[in-house]
Design a protein around this ligand. Structure first.
Ligand code: DX5
Ligand code: ZN
Length: 225
């Protein structure tokens, strides 16, 4: 079932890393639906960010779902640690292999929801034969690895295609977009059929007093700030 309003998942990659717990509480209080956690290993993508210990340390700070985006290869040896740390959604890139369907099934076995992430070059057909094993499809609108990049309009067609695939088959799968999402590009993503939007820069700009207004602007609702 589609959510009645867009889900907003702030990426803590753009938060103040010296006080992440406080930042997570602040975005939850400002109306965030999920916390998006970008896990990067310096191998699959150029940057190194955070691991399961940090996810575990953040877990007591809020009850809203943790949307963990793994940019690590191989991903399988670490799925259990992220599930145990309190991840609600765990999303993996097909290219982080070796077996996407096996990784998704394992994520579900561990009690989390399974997501598949599409790089800008990843075709929609990648998931065609395994949609029953997926809870979330995450379309990257930038190449993964860094926050603050520009939105790739080319990816909107992919969002539309996946929206039709989900609807035509009547599947209970959420469709999320990640990268360069601003109040302006959010509108394009929602028109293309996205259910959930990840945003780092656009949520955390202006510091904590601005978070509620920033989140409302992404949803397309009046500023609460
Ligand atoms: C990129 C990450 C994104 C990114 C979003 O690899 O997956 O979640 O941090 O940041 P913004 O919203 O600044 O593009
Ligand atoms: Zn991400």
């Amino acid at each position: 079932m589609r959510p009645t309003r867009p889900l907003i998942a702030p990426s803590i990659l753009a938060a103040d890393f010296a006080r992440l717990g406080d930042e997570v509480r602040a975005i939850a209080a400002a109306g965030a639906d999920w916390v998006h956690i970008d896990v990067m290993d310096g191998v699959f993508v150029p940057t190194i960010t955070i691991g399961p210990q940090v996810v575990k340390a953040l877990r007591p700070h809020t009850g809203i779902p943790f949307d963990v985006h793994l940019m690590i290869a191989p991903c399988d040896p670490h799925l259990e640690a992220f599930a145990a740390a309190g991840a609600n959604y765990i999303s993996v890139h097909p290219e982080s292999g070796p077996h996407l369907d096996r990784s998704c099934r394992r994520i579900r076995e561990l009690g989390a929801k399974a997501g598949v992430v599409f790089n800008p070059s990843t075709p929609v057909e990648t998931v065609e034969w395994m949609l029953d094993d997926v809870d979330l499809l995450l379309v990257m609108s930038v190449n993964p690895g860094f926050g603050g990049q520009s939105f790739m309009v080319s990816q909107l067609k992919k969002v539309e295609r996946l929206r039709s695939m989900i609807d035509q088959r009547g599947l209970d799968i959420l469709l999320e977009v990640d990268g360069g999402v601003t109040a302006e590009t959010a509108r394009l993503c929602l028109a293309a059929g996205a259910d959930a939007l990840v945003a780092g820069t656009a949520v955390f700009k202006g510091g904590q007093p601005a978070y509620a207004g920033n989140i409302a602007a992404l949803r397309g609702s009046e500023s609460l700030g």
